[in-house]
Design a protein around this ligand. Sequence first.
Ligand SMILES: *[C@@H]1O[C@H](CO)[C@@H](O)[C@H](O)[C@H]1NC(C)=O
Ligand SMILES: *[C@@H]1O[C@H](CO)[C@@H](O)[C@H](O)[C@H]1NC(C)=O
Length: 263
Amino acid sequence: MNSAAFLVLLFSIFVSALAAPQPEPHQGIPEDPEPVTTVTSCGGLLETTSAIINFQVGGSIRADMRCLWIVNAPYDTQRFSLVSSGLNENDGLFVTAYGKEGPGLQYKVASLGQNHTFVSRTVLVTLNVGHAPTFGFSLKFFSSGSAGAVAITGYIGLTTARGNLSYPLGGGNYQNSESALITITPTVPGKPTLRFTFVDMEGASCLYDYVRTFTWFENTYSQVARFCGTTIPTSLTLAEGVGLVSFTSDASVTGPGFAFEWE
Ligand SMILES: *[C@@H]1O[C@H](CO)[C@@H](O)[C@H](O)[C@H]1NC(C)=O
Ligand SMILES: *[C@@H]1O[C@H](CO)[C@@H](O)[C@H](O)[C@H]1NC(C)=O
């Protein structure tokens, strides 16, 4: 192409860009007009196109309460907006994108009506009440856009003060291409210690099949350990009462998995 033709081409691109309508903020599937699901529990899995979390609205919440909701939505864009809140400044309500790399971009939700928007099909909603009782809140979210990459293939929410968990749940070997998320948030506030008692998965570099642990600390999720093979990591105390265990497997080689206890 000679330079004159190139200029004409550039010009025509410029003109068509001017003439083109501005793209909508959410391409593809639009948001539901109103939330289609209502959730009142402390935490859990939300696999829906939109929801309103009404947690203790107009009622009180005990000091040090932790709740963790996992939004696993069908489309890639999630918009969160606080409808009402009795939380105070020592309490925290956070929304955190969750992807293959673990927890990512995070916002503290505090202002009514402000939009917090993510491009992530999975978002963690973490309630972290301060050392005094507080009051409930109402938070809504809407999913829109296009079908994005799946971030989690399985979810287990552990809310008892102590227990044992063996993964996979039914015994046998785990599957290929898993991305499982296990959350630990005792309903009765506590600081459980996680102790892995068994680990047997594809080894070598921990790039293929691996477990990661995360603890909630200073209002963010931070990774504590990443392990594979038959490595038993050191025990981990969840000082702020919230923890994540993520398990990832690649497209080949499986194994018996792992087990841990918390108390
Ligand atoms: C939040 O997003 C919705 C939907 O896009 C929009 O109607 C509303 O005006 C936004 N609110 C603010 C405060 O930006
Ligand atoms: C886990 O299981 C073992 C063996 O049954 C038991 O001794 C231990 O107390 C359990 N741990 C918890 C925290 O429940």
